[in-house]
Design a protein around this ligand. Structure first.
Ligand code: NAD
Length: 343
């Protein structure tokens, strides 16, 4: 398979998630990026070429636009698919489902993102909770940023203490920093107003747990915040929960005494230690982890642009059955510096 035994990965949609997945894949020894696609020759397309990625037109009819703008492309998405073993579809939500027929025709495996319905793939994916379910599959969906953040902590708590019931409130960044066409200037939007938000049912695609979620959008672009209330099956102390989080690299614990008083401070830390200030881990406030009347409470922040990136890399290893869950997660973690607070 592939070039020098490496899995050949195409990235269809070099946007917020696509550019991060491409860079993460290129850091792995067992896979490489054979090309990325853009719909138009904008600055992101130019930067992809500058970084050394082979660029292809995502929409074949628009190939001419790239020529006119003097941006060199190697062909269209169909040409790219003919050189790939797997495509990571990072197109906007619901567009992945439209792209699926192309992937089937080209005979490549595909990893979809959380903006797609679960039915786009054979299985939904989170590395911790259900890596093995994706082994050998052709179509896998990595769940969304909020679902990934919820699933990691709930999986660990369920494995160690059992879970009777979860109630979670999601305070969501309204848009990503680059999005200048939509937003919420001055308000708090229950989204949706009716219960439950889609996050609870989405968690249930990757973890068997009783969960109800409520969600709000707020005028910030930095991170989401989750407030969780978990009723465990066993008696548990806050220290026990902190201990299992300390052992999992994909969870980082942030302390108020270190000055981490808000998402703004967590991002300020990430600006110093991470490329693009990408935080691949859940950011749990250590001081928020509490047990009151036998129920666990915790607050965490999720960097929506980055958290699903390691899961995409692990999903590629799973569909080709390259490594076990533990091996893949360890390799991905090391390559991306996951689990290192560096303060
Ligand atoms: P984005 O808008 O930043 O990037 C999407 C890219 O796909 C753009 O470059 C766009 O030009 C391109 N594109 C448009 N039509 C296309 C087509 N027909 N074929 C191929 N490419 C096309 O979006 P994003 O934030 O990177 O989101 C991508 C997916 O990841 C969505 O499913 C989204 O729900 C999911 N996701 C996003 C976030 C986030 O916070 N940004 C987090 C987790 C998951």
């Amino acid at each position: 398979m592939g070039v020098n035994g490496k899995v050949r990965v195409a990235v269809n949609g070099y946007g917020t998630i696509g550019k991060r997945v491409a860079d993460a894949v290129n850091l792995q020894k067992d896979m490489c990026v054979v090309g990325v696609t853009k719909t138009k020759p904008d600055f992101e397309a130019k930067m992809a070429v500058r970084k050394g990625y082979d660029l292809y037109a995502a929409i074949p009819e628009r190939a001419e636009l790239f020529d006119k703008a003097g941006v060199k492309i190697k062909g269209t998405v169909d040409d790219l698919l003919s050189k790939a073993d797997v495509v990571v579809d990072c197109s906007p939500g619901k567009v992945g489902a439209e792209n699926k027929a192309k992937y089937e025709k080209a005979g490549v495996k595909a990893i979809f993102q959380g903006g797609e319905k679960a039915s786009v793939a054979e299985v939904s994916f989170n590395a911790l909770s259900c890596y093995d379910r994706a082994l050998g599959k052709n179509f896998v969906r990595v769940v969304s940023c909020n679902t990934t953040g919820l699933t990691r902590v709930l999986y660990l708590i369920k494995e160690n203490f059992g879970i009777k019931k979860v109630r979670a409130t999601m305070i969501r960044r309204v848009v990503d920093p680059k999005e200048d066409k939509k937003g919420l200037v001055n308000g708090i939007m229950p989204n949706p107003i009716t219960l439950p938000s889609h996050h609870g049912p989405d968690v249930q695609t990757v973890l068997d747990v009783d969960i109800t979620t409520v969600a709000f959008k707020v005028p910030t672009t930095l991170m989401h915040v989750h407030s969780l209330n978990i009723v465990p099956e066993k008696d548990v102390k806050a220290e026990d929960v902190i201990e299992i989080f300390e052992e999992e690299p994909r969870i980082l614990l942030f302390s108020e005494e270190d000055g981490f008083t808000s998402t703004a401070k967590i991002i300020e830390w990430a600006r110093e230690v991470r490329n693009r200030y990408d935080i691949f881990e859940n950011c749990v406030w250590r001081d928020s982890v509490s047990v009151v009347d036998g129920e666990i409470y915790l607050t965490q922040a999720i960097h929506q642009e980055a958290i699903v990136v390691p899961e995409n890399v692990d999903a590629i290893r799973a569909v080709f059955e390259l490594k076990s869950r533990e091996e893949s997660m360890e390799i991905t973690n090391k390559s991306l510096g996951i689990g290192e607070l560096q303060i």
